[in-house]
Design a protein around this ligand. Structure first.
Ligand SMILES: O=C(O)[C@H](O)[C@@H](O)[C@@H](O)C(=O)NO
Ligand SMILES: [Mg+2]
Length: 382
């Protein structure tokens, strides 16, 4: 049960996703990027794995923090190991981030599942083995036939309905799109999609994250007319009072926080402060599966749903272990990309979706990622 080593393999992988100046993804030509696989080894020959950008587990982070906390410890003590690693953050000169906590915690959960031959969500306490997915569309762009007009969004929404999705979330246009942000255009895209999918289909929006209170209110009022299920991150999430003001002034549920720091502790303050109607968590946002589950259970105590941010196996298992979460966020999607092609370093999808729009948790141990170890070794750069 004792952890004997923690290592990182950096490898080259091909993607068509390109990040803009705000970090949002858009389609582009296939290009090589580097990805890291963190491996935790135990004395009895078991491994746990997790993936992240290489900088999250760069040598300084691995040697100064991760190995110091993990090596020689019982891998089953995930709560203590998470607390010990989180304790290092304050004095790390902001070098030890929640993303590192997340990748370590995920590898520890994967290790437990692989060792016990059980899927992680069963170790968390399973609630369901399949759940509905909403199609989470990429931010708008200025690509001909992409997501450049309200009609483009409507056409893509029709395609997603045919694929089986029972819900769709629009990320609307944001800088660096030349004329964005624009509330009127956001509402035109939402109206076009509502027209395309009909009055009873679940629609949500994830808007420009820095609207003023006045713009966010105008957007929310327009969405109320269109019967949207929630409005997400229209304001800077550092302003708790602005979100309370917005939630107090809108009927449409306000959902958050996604990107705010502070893990499950700060999300408790959002609930306490009445800053949202639906809470949000995400494995990468709060520092792992361990704090994501804590956030989910805390929301349940207040009779609130908590929607999980992001795709991939780690978030899927949190959804599968929770009742007060309606959806799995499957994305990000774009007309120019085929999401079901997956990643070249995984032999199969971690989130396969059937034609009825349900994602089935793969019946594989741990996080269930079908890792192509030969691909990783053959494309290893470090
Ligand atoms: O870069 C981001 O903010 C995320 O990719 C984001 O666009 C998306 O994952 C999201 O907000 N989902 O709710
Ligand atoms: Mg979001």
């Amino acid at each position: 049960m004792i952890i004997t080593d923690v290592s990182v393999s950096v490898f080259s992988t091909t993607t068509r996703r390109h990040s803009d100046s705000a970090g949002h993804g858009h389609p582009g030509p296939a290009h090589k990027v580097q990805q890291a696989m963190l491996t935790i080894n135990t004395e009895d020959g078991h491994q746990g794995y997790s993936f992240c950008p290489p900088e999250i587990v760069r040598p300084h982070i691995l040697e100064k923090f991760v190995k110091k906390v993990l090596i020689g410890q019982d891998y089953r003590d995930r709560e203590r190991l998470w607390q010990d690693l989180a304790h290092w953050q304050r004095g790390s000169a902001a070098q030890l981030t929640d993303r590192t906590l997340a990748v370590v915690d995920c590898a520890l959960w994967d290790l437990a599942g692989r060792t016990l031959n059980q899927p992680v969500y069963k170790l968390l306490g399973g609630y369901r083995d399949k759940m509905p997915a909403y199609g989470s569309i990429m931010c708008g762009d200025e690509l001909e036939g992409g997501l450049a007009t309200p009609e483009d969004y409507a056409r893509f929404a029709e395609k997603l309905v045919k694929r089986g999705y029972k819900g769709i979330k629009l990320h609307t246009w944001m800088p660096p799109v030349s004329w964005a942000p624009n509330v009127k255009m956001d509402l035109k895209a939402c109206a076009a999609v509502r027209e395309a999918v009909g009055p009873d289909f679940s629609l949500m929006i994830d808007a420009f994250h820095w609207y003023s209170r006045a713009d966010a209110l105008a957007l929310g009022r327009g969405l109320e007319q269109l019967g949207f299920d929630w409005i997400e991150e229209p304001l800077d999430e550092q302003s708790l009072s602005s979100y309370k003001w917005l939630a107090d002034n809108l009927e449409i549920p306000v959902l958050g926080p996604e990107s705010a720091a502070g893990k499950h502790w700060h999300r408790a303050e959002w609930v306490r402060f009445g800053a949202c109607d639906i809470l949000r968590t995400g494995v990468n946002d709060v520092g792992g599966i361990t704090p994501a589950i804590k956030t989910m259970r805390m929301a349940e105590c207040f009779g609130m749903n908590c929607e999980v941010h992001g795709n991939t196996a780690m978030n899927l298992h949190v959804v599968a272990a929770s009742k007060n979460c309606r959806w799995y966020e499957r994305g990000l999607l774009h007309p120019f990309l085929e999401y079901d092609d997956g990643f070249d370093y995984l032999k199969s999808l971690s989130d396969p979706m059937d034609e009825d729009g349900f994602v089935q948790v793969p019946d594989r141990p741990g996080l269930g990622e079908d890792i192509d170890f030969d691909f990783i070794e053959n494309n290893r750069v470090q």
